[in-house]
Design a protein around this ligand. Structure first.
Ligand code: NI
Ligand code: MN
Length: 227
């Protein structure tokens, strides 16, 4: 089975197979680099890693229009419940759930999490998505943590890691993360959206090639990685 992973700029991703369309951390209409408008997307599932605006800006409008299931940590999902979003699934760190497309596991992330209005959004999270024999890890917003070795222990086809620094780990730490995760392929995210998180993805890719066993995949916003 072929899977398509499209970078929608910043930390927003579109994962699509013949069976399912998953949108992760939609920050689109206010993003300087998004190739799409929120109105164009019709996901089945909306995965939300934490409450910050650069991950949640378009969650409510897309959920309301499409009825996509909003999945995130319990407190975050209840926030959308209070806004009238009915199709939702709250999880917490370490939990796994079987869904029609495969399984989804919520893993820890070293970050903070609140909504722009100050509402507590629970703890930040990352996701491991298993579809057929494929396992994909979205680290989302996080610093480096040693337990990434455990996340990679069962084998990963693909890992998506932040490299922007300042708010998340930077390029050097994401190379260390790649060593610990040992994925087949690794994609950078959360960089070059604004000047404070400018990075050179080709220099990063060179480091990944020389220091890890993973293949770096650098996309432009809007580009699709098929695997
Ligand atoms: Ni954040
Ligand atoms: Mn962020």
């Amino acid at each position: 089975m072929t899977m398509n992973l499209r970078w929608l700029g910043h930390a927003s991703w579109w994962l699509e197979t013949e069976q399912v369309k998953i949108l992760i951390d939609p920050f689109l209409n206010d993003s300087p680099t998004s190739p799409v408008r929120a109105e164009e997307l019709d996901p089945d599932y909306l995965l939300v890693s934490h409450g910050h605006a650069d991950h949640t800006a378009d969650v409510e409008s897309i959920a309301r229009r499409t009825g996509a299931m909003v999945i995130g940590v319990f407190e975050l999902v209840e926030y959308y419940g209070r806004k009238g979003i009915e199709n939702r699934l709250g999880m917490n760190i370490g939990g796994q759930v079987e869904l029609p497309f495969g399984s989804l596991k919520m893993v820890r992330a070293e970050h903070s999490s609140s909504f722009p209005d100050g509402t507590y959004a629970g703890c930040p999270a990352g996701f491991v998505i298993s579809i057929d024999t494929r396992r994909i890890y979205f680290a989302c917003d996080t610093g480096l943590f040693r337990d990434m070795q455990l996340i990679g222990a069962d084998g990963l086809d693909l890992a998506v890691l932040p490299i922007g620094d300042l708010f998340t780990m930077g390029p050097a730490e994401s190379v260390q993360a790649t060593e610990w995760l040992a994925p087949r392929q690794v994609l950078p995210a959360h960089y070059n959206t604004w000047p404070p998180i400018e990075q050179d993805p080709q220099a990063w890719a060179e480091q990944i090639r020389s220091q890890t066993g993973a293949e770096p995949i650098v996309l432009e916003p809007g580009e699709i990685h098929r695997f």
